[in-house]
Design a protein around this ligand. Sequence first.
Ligand code: SAH
Ligand code: SF4
Ligand code: F3S
Length: 444
Amino acid sequence: MTGPLKRLYIKTYGCQMNVYDSERMTDVLTPLGYGVTDSPIGADLVVLNTCHIREKATEKVYSELGLIKEMKQEKALTGQAMTVVVAGCVAQAEGAEIMRRQPAVDLVVGPQAYHQLPELIARTHRSRGERLAADFAADAKFDALSSERHPTGVTAFLTVQEGCDKFCTFCVVPYTRGAEWSRPEDTILAEARSLAEQGVREVTLLGQNVNAYTGGLAKLVRALAKIDGLDRIRYMTSHPKDMDDDLIAAHGEVQELMPYLHLPVQSGSDKILKAMNRAHTADSYLKTLERVRAARPDIALSGDFIVGFPGERESDFQATLDLVQAVGHAAAFSFKYSPRPGTPAAAMPGQVAEAVKDERLARLNALLDDQQKAFNAAQVGKTLPVLFEKPGRHPGQLSGRSPYLQAVHCEGPADLIGQIVPVTITSAAKMSLAGQVISAPAMS
Ligand code: SAH
Ligand code: SF4
Ligand code: F3S
């Protein structure tokens, strides 16, 4: 490579799929001489990889762009240019509107066009050509990206599926990520092998509807489990409708498949679920969990919840609390309904007042917090295999994860990073566990 390193700043918003995409954008830009920097000040190329899921997420992007604009102007005073790229779901949803709202933006690139970044950036540098790339063909993207990865740790994300055909009435994802599409198994396995060869011990398979993977997610999991060095497999996010028998069976049979399931339910009221177009009822959801628990009794359960969907009455919300009680969660994500332009729910009657949403969210979170604390507290005294990922916050401390995705902090030597080690859990808090390494595994 010739010439000085150009500085690339990427900021990632939203879900894990964006985290994966940011990594892949870095991969395609590195050969052009870009090196990642952790501040936008003075950067040559700024990429905001954006999220459109809730109004707040979108507004954050515009306020960040206001700051970036000032940095760009300052850089211009020294005769140097800063190229500003908006990628991700806001790019796909709002397109050229972004450049109208913030003229400092040079390029708008949707999630399926990242492989074109080098060419698009070169074109903007020549100040001609399109400044908007927002097509929908996921296959072109994955064909163009190599299976070679450059992981920075012992865990990695691996996108296996993109897009969504479910059209929940509140959600923008089918409009920003396009139709459901699955990557061919051979390219996924090649990427996973590349990761494992570079010391990755755990992969999390990603997809907006990862269990809708064509050909069966269970089959893919079983194939991945055979890769040497890959000892832990996780996946997210799943739709209850696609939780098939084979995947449930895999939870009981595949040792590498971790006992953690993130299965968003959104609401416990059948009336609201119907209005959301969720294709499951509270009862069918609970029955699915029963089957999963029968296959893997210790499975940690997690979900997503929306409070204050249009038409949600106190009794509907109560049904959500009842469902939460019935499940017992290890973790959960709860949101106030945010009307998104162009989605059916935004135009529904019975929009719920903000104050009511706030109050319901607080009640739901109190219950979920109690469950999370109880789940963590139940681990105290047990010995769990922990994959150490990185140094902890204090010197001599290590940070890792239990099979149930809990953060675990321990005293221990740095050479345990990348190893799966039995740890006796000594105490628990809401967000993490503390423990003691009982024995280092034999060196291999
Ligand atoms: N594909 C995943 C979730 C994608 S979005 C699934 O179907 O489960 C992640 C979460 O954001 C959703 O599960 C939902 O709980 C929340 N969400 C999506 N749209 C929202 C909106 N308009 N307002 C509030 N929360 C929303
Ligand atoms: Fe959105 Fe529903 Fe698709 Fe999930 S399944 S991405 S919530 S439309
Ligand atoms: Fe957000 Fe797009 Fe992910 S809207 S949650 S970044 S799929």
